[in-house]
Write a protein that binds this ligand. Structure first.
Ligand SMILES: NC(=O)c1ccc[n+]([C@@H]2O[C@H](COP(=O)([O-])OP(=O)(O)OC[C@H]3O[C@@H](n4cnc5c(N)ncnc54)[C@H](O)[C@@H]3O)[C@@H](O)[C@H]2O)c1
Length: 251
């Protein structure tokens, strides 16, 4: 307990799925968490849950597609709490289509919710993370690493996120800022929707998990996010941490 005592954390897409699992794991370790999400109803309900443990935690409603307002997310948090320790770029929306079917609008959705907010929030957070020698946690996917069918727009944005994460790890290491990625597999509303739409791919992914099950957003992904947000990971940077039951074993 207390590994993240008084750390100020921002988690995008924190109202549901993995973002909410990480938020709960982090407040249980003493963090003060701001969840940023487009979904007002689930954001307000998650805010209540978090505040029961960490009264200063809050929900900010924002559509990450609105790139002009991303800086304001960081300034709102810093104005309220006086600092920023951890930025978690977790939100990402996409449509599953074959390469042949993929349109500009599909690319815009995936890059607009995944890549661009990650890039601009990292830049907006930089001056504050320099002050705290903070941590950034970004999100990768096996779909990008392995090039899963029907995931062209998503895979491209995810690998772009891995690219800038490694560049930032190199450029910002001198400031004591660590930048890592989690590549998860976990049950979430996003996965449930995908499983319904593409049951054959869902089964294939499930059957390829050595640990034999989909992960839990709080119990399986949460502790790894806590580690990467904490001082315990001070000598880890530029890494893609596979929290996927062993599905992909990096060489
Ligand atoms: N769940 C998995 O097995 C899995 C596998 C690989 C990668 N990932 C990655 O992990 C992260 C979390 O995945 P998840 O399964 O929990 O996702 P999810 O779809 O279940 O939840 C995403 C959250 O982001 C929010 N969001 C979506 N668009 C938004 C926008 N424009 N502005 C603000 N908020 C927005 C949603 O409201 C939701 O609360 C994502 O980056 C995803 O690509 C997940």
């Amino acid at each position: 307990m207390g590994k993240l005592k008084n750390k100020i954390v921002v988690i995008t897409g924190g109202a549901g799925g993995i973002g909410s699992g990480m938020a709960k794991a982090m407040v249980n370790e003493g963090a003060i968490v701001t969840i940023v999400d487009v979904n007002k109803e689930s954001g307000e309900s998650m805010e209540k849950e978090l505040q029961a443990i960490s009264p200063q935690s809050m929900f900010l409603q924002a559509d990450l597609m609105d790139h002009d307002n991303l800086e304001q997310i960081i300034s709102t948090v810093v104005n309220k709490y006086g600092k920023l320790d951890v930025l978690v770029n977790n939100a990402h929306a996409s449509r599953q289509k074959t390469m042949e079917e993929t349109t500009q609008s599909d690319l815009d959705l995936s890059f607009g919710t995944g890549f661009y907010p990650t890039f601009y929030l990292m830049k907006a957070a930089l001056p504050y993370l320099k002050e705290t020698k903070g941590n950034i946690i970004n999100f990768a996917s096996g779909a990008g690493l392995n090039g899963h069918k029907t995931q062209g727009a998503y895979a491209a944005a995810k690998e772009a996120i891995r690219g800038i994460s490694r560049v930032a790890a190199n450029e910002w290491g001198e400031f004591g800022i660590n930048v890592n990625l989690i590549s998860p597999i976990a049950n979430s509303p996003g996965v449930e929707a995908w499983a319904k739409a593409q049951p054959q791919y869902y089964e294939a992914v499930k059957n390829n998990i050595p640990l034999g099950r989909f992960g839990d957003i709080e119990q399986d992904i949460g502790p790894v996010a806590v580690f990467l947000a904490s001082d315990d990971s001070q000598y880890v940077t530029g890494q893609t941490i596979m929290v996927d039951g062993g599905s992909i074993m990096l060489h």
